[in-house]
Design a protein around this ligand. Structure first.
Ligand code: ZN
Length: 335
């Protein structure tokens, strides 16, 4: 579907009335503007220079961005003749997972460049992406003119060619993972910054960390049986085979990375996931996983999804403190 065809369909029902000063005609006649805008957009997206586009070049003459997006996108596409295009964007993905986070199911349609600021692109298929509600609400209408802060465009850019997602068992924990970006040497600095920024912005360390905790909960019995039957070496081989199977499906999937991280951790393969190697009695409170980390970022207080032992919290807090934009990191006792 071309941007022009999409515009024509979504404005087809716009009418001139006594009070709207020819609004319907103006919108329908703006098809050429939308076509040129989409062409400029596509060229910039291909060159990874979307951050250089100026919203003033993407206006529909004489009509506010708010009005254009309300009539053309909301009424014309979402609730009108263009509904099929909207649905094609939502259904046309390869996987059900959000392409921004690879964590949560797709549920909302996002405008890569916001529709009110860039109204000429409000129904351009290249600018529409199905993502999850979490990423959509985080992203909101934020754009950046800083190349290193631009989120990857799911249609035009991908970090999936190389393996970059990594995790390690948090020392002293019973298998809790800290996820991080391990950028391949072939990445350019700006791309590395962008992936790191996106990882941080979408809070992927916390989101993946809590998913992996759930997975561990469900797999604990199987791991215990493996360890009993085949010893630490057998359990490690088992974890490696699970990692390999998941890597074949998605080389940067949090699950594959979790199994790898567990396999590579000696304590884990010796049963730390059962808490066996870690005293859990009141005699040594320091080893109980009853601490959380909280921190301030963007004016909001955040809290770690998982609990840590005092030792692990002590290790983790300085890492958190070192993150950009983070302040007032505290270790608190979980209620
Ligand atoms: Zn998402």
């Amino acid at each position: 579907m071309s941007a022009r065809a999409s515009w024509d369909i979504c404005t087809g029902a716009s009418r001139d009335t006594q009070n709207n000063e020819g609004l319907g005609s103006k919108l329908r006649e703006a098809g050429k503007t939308a076509e040129i805008a989409a062409k400029t957009y596509r060229a910039a997206a291909t060159e990874s220079t979307l951050h250089t586009l100026k919203s003033s070049d993407f206006q529909i003459s004489g009509i506010s961005g708010q009005k254009v997006s309300s009539i053309v996108y909301e009424s014309g596409m979402r609730g009108g003749a263009g509904r099929a295009i909207w649905e094609a964007v939502m259904d046309g993905r390869d996987v059900d997972l959000c392409p921004m986070c690879r964590h949560t199911e797709v549920s909302e349609l996002d405008h890569v460049l916001p529709k009110k600021a860039f109204p000429a692109l409000c129904v351009a298929p290249d600018n529409l992406v199905g993502i999850c509600d979490y990423c959509n609400s985080k992203k909101s209408d934020i754009t950046s003119e800083d190349a290193s802060k631009v989120l990857l465009h799911p249609h035009f850019e991908s970090a999936s060619k190389e393996r970059w997602l990594a995790a390690e068992v948090i020392p002293g924990s019973i298998g809790a993972l800290r996820y991080f970006v391990r950028s391949p040497s072939c990445w350019e600095d700006v791309f590395t910054d962008r992936v790191n920024n996106q990882f941080e912005f979408l809070d992927l360390a916390t989101r993946y960390g809590s998913r992996s905790q759930n997975t561990l909960g469900g797999m604990r019995k199987v791991f215990t049986e493996q360890l009993k039957k085949n010893g630490p070496t057998g359990l490690r081989a088992f974890l490696k085979s699970l990692a390999s199977s998941h890597h074949a499906n998605d080389s940067n999937g949090w699950e594959a990375v979790a199994y790898d991280a567990w396999a590579e951790n000696d304590d884990f393969c010796h049963g730390s996931f059962n808490g066996k190697t870690i005293p859990k009695t009141g005699a040594n409170q320091l080893h109980m996983e009853n601490y959380r980390i909280t921190w301030l970022k963007d004016g909001c207080r955040h809290e770690s999804a998982v609990c840590y032992s005092a030792a692990a919290a002590g290790d983790y807090a300085p890492l958190k403190r070192a993150e950009e934009g983070v302040s007032d990191v505290r270790i608190i006792l979980d209620k």
